[in-house]
Design a protein around this ligand. Structure first.
Ligand SMILES: [Zn+2]
Length: 324
């Protein structure tokens, strides 16, 4: 309990004095090792196979046939794994005026349960490798193995476990579309709110009947040696979720990767969820201020070869323990 108390105090101090960056957390005193048998059943190779399968379609850029083929696959997988599935289709407008046929894919598990959590990840891939070292690649699409497919893969494996054994909590899974269509540096016009188009739409048209207690967004959860720090948006809107996630990570021995330290203010789907719906939602995203996002980010190297099943497994086991 001390860990959590200190954590809250530390976060509180940050909201009062914006300059402080480090969150000091005492090492947890664990009298008994944390055990979750369901988490042990989480199969990281299966999660990786779900990542690979999405990439086999090619980059999933809105308004392409690869995108639509992958959507059909995600719908059928969620149904096969026991979810009630909604395809929330919407036409959204990109930075350059292009109308995108977006599809937020939603799976509801155990809809009768009152105590619910909601997990999010975006499933689309970016149309521009605008951080690739080779400028000639800047107008090519990102494969999005990490930036897109990794979070979805982790959640599909979680769905597979839920089909085998009912968790304590009800679970909603939302795969957001059109997260990664923000203006590239070579666009000369004005762009505003141009990222996270699918989550912006969903936040105004939520699907659920029972409001989930808290939310977790997964974004770039597949690189080797990740640093999952706490971004300022998560700390500001979702302190309880942050404490649960980073506290549980410490209990599970993941403290090297889940670092309870404030790093960056990240404009991601969780911002629109928090502001639009009031579901306190934290972002598990691989970022630190020293290197930024993983080096494969928005490059041609964001491919399955650079995905670590061990990282997928760590994130998956953590989420599994939260719902069981
Ligand atoms: Zn991205």
């Amino acid at each position: 309990m001390k860990l959590y108390t200190l954590f809250f105090i530390a976060l509180g101090m940050i909201s009062c004095h914006g300059e402080q960056k480090q969150i000091q957390v005492s090492a947890p005193v664990a009298p008994t090792p944390y055990v979750c048998v369901e988490a042990d059943a989480y199969n990281q190779d299966s999660a990786f196979a779900f990542v690979k399968k999405q990439c086999d379609f090619g980059p999933r850029v809105p308004n392409t046939k690869q995108h639509d083929a992958c959507a059909a696959y995600l719908v059928s997988e969620l149904q096969r794994l026991g979810a009630e599935v909604i395809e929330q289709k919407a036409v959204v407008t990109a930075f350059d005026g292009t109308k995108l046929n977006a599809n937020n894919i939603i799976g509801t598990f155990f809809p009768e349960k009152e105590n619910r959590v909601i997990f999010f990840s975006h499933w689309d891939s970016r149309p521009f490798c605008d951080h690739d070292p080779d400028k000639g690649n800047h107008k090519k699409s990102v494969m999005g193995a990490n930036d897109g497919a990794s979070g979805v893969g982790v959640l599909l494996e979680l769905a597979r476990l839920m089909q085998q054994k009912e968790p304590k909590m009800g679970v909603d899974i939302v795969f957001f579309d059109a997260e990664d269509y923000g203006a590239p540096y070579f666009f000369n016009g004005n762009a505003d709110n141009d990222w996270c188009l699918g989550s912006q739409y969903w936040s105004k048209h939520v699907h659920y009947m029972i409001k989930p207690k808290f939310g977790v967004l997964l974004d770039m959860v597949g690189a080797e040696n990740p640093t999952f720090c706490v971004d300022k948006v998560s700390a500001m809107y979702a302190q309880t979720a942050v404490s649960r996630i980073w506290g549980r990570a410490q209990e599970m021995g993941y403290e090297k990767f889940f670092i309870p330290q404030l790093e960056g203010s990240i404009m991601d789907d969780h911002y629109y969820v928090n502001v639009g719906t009031g579901i306190p939602t934290a972002d598990i995203i691989d970022f630190n201020s020293e290197r930024g996002f993983p080096t494969m980010w928005h490059t041609m190297n964001d491919t399955p070869e650079n995905i670590s099943p061990a990282t997928l497994g760590m994130v998956g086991r953590l989420l599994t323990s939260l719902i069981y």
